[in-house]
Design a protein around this ligand. Structure first.
Ligand code: SF4
Length: 228
């Protein structure tokens, strides 16, 4: 499968924030979010082709047992099912980070699903040529629900403006029962200044709704750079 990067860092988002983890980033995505912070795995996918055995060997170089399979969209990577099973069999805690648009029989300890709201649609980027496909594919209720039903999960929403909460509410209504502690609101932004501007009002929404606030700690600590 095409791998953009494998690196050791700390998890900067979600329930496991702060956990030292090995990140395996697959390259290639079926969506084109306008604010995508990993364009080298979506808009312009690059990487090297590695077999599952080679990935396991690279992962074994690091000391932690926490692995985050991320992208791009790892659910479209060939052999992602084999990779997740092999990682778990080797004793790793596996988080899969997905937009929740594609279903396959993978295994994981935490499904980190980040449904993409309308703020992600690339109306102006690349002449708008991705708009129709992105709009068609960005939400798949059945797939998101399947991730929620299969075990531990978090729904991680990227919030740009206060109006986004209405769309998130509509989506949650369609999804049916959920635990608010598994609903995470995360500020949109690739600079510390952008995150600082949005965080206070997002925290207020979380307090009112008992949702969980997710920082983007890696951006605050390291900036939006690869391999950190
Ligand atoms: S789903 Fe993720 S990787 Fe794909 S374009 Fe959106 S933010 Fe980028």
């Amino acid at each position: 499968m095409l791998i953009s990067e494998i690196f050791h860092s700390i998890q900067g988002e979600g329930k496991l924030v702060g956990m030292p983890s090995i990140f395996i980033r697959t390259s290639g995505c079926n969506l084109r979010c306008t604010w995508c912070d990993t364009p080298y795995a979506s808009w312009e996918p690059t990487g090297v082709t590695l077999e599952v055995d080679q990935i396991l060997e690279r992962v074994s170089d690091f000391s932690t047992k926490f692995v985050v399979l991320t992208g791009g969209e790892p659910m479209i990577a060939p052999e992602v099912d084999t990779l997740t099973h092999r990682l778990q069999a080797a004793g790793y805690h596996v988080t899969i980070e997905t937009a929740g648009t594609v279903w396959r029989e993978i295994t994981c300890d935490l499904a980190s699903v980040s449904p993409k709201t309308g703020n992600s649609t690339p109306h102006t980027r690349d002449g708008g040529r991705w708009v129709d496909r992105h709009e068609r594919e960005r939400i798949n209720i059945d797939v998101i629900r399947r991730f929620m039903n299969r075990g531990d999960y978090q729904l991680k929403f990227v919030v740009d403006t206060p109006a986004d909460i209405n769309e998130i509410d509509d989506l949650l209504t369609q999804l049916g029962p959920y635990d608010p502690a598994n609903i995470l609101l995360m500020p949109q932004g690739v600079t510390k200044e952008e995150l600082d501007e949005r965080s206070p009002w997002i925290i207020n929404i979380c307090k009112k709704r008992s949702f969980r606030f997710s920082p983007r700690m890696h951006i605050s600590l390291f900036g939006n750079v690869r391999g950190k």
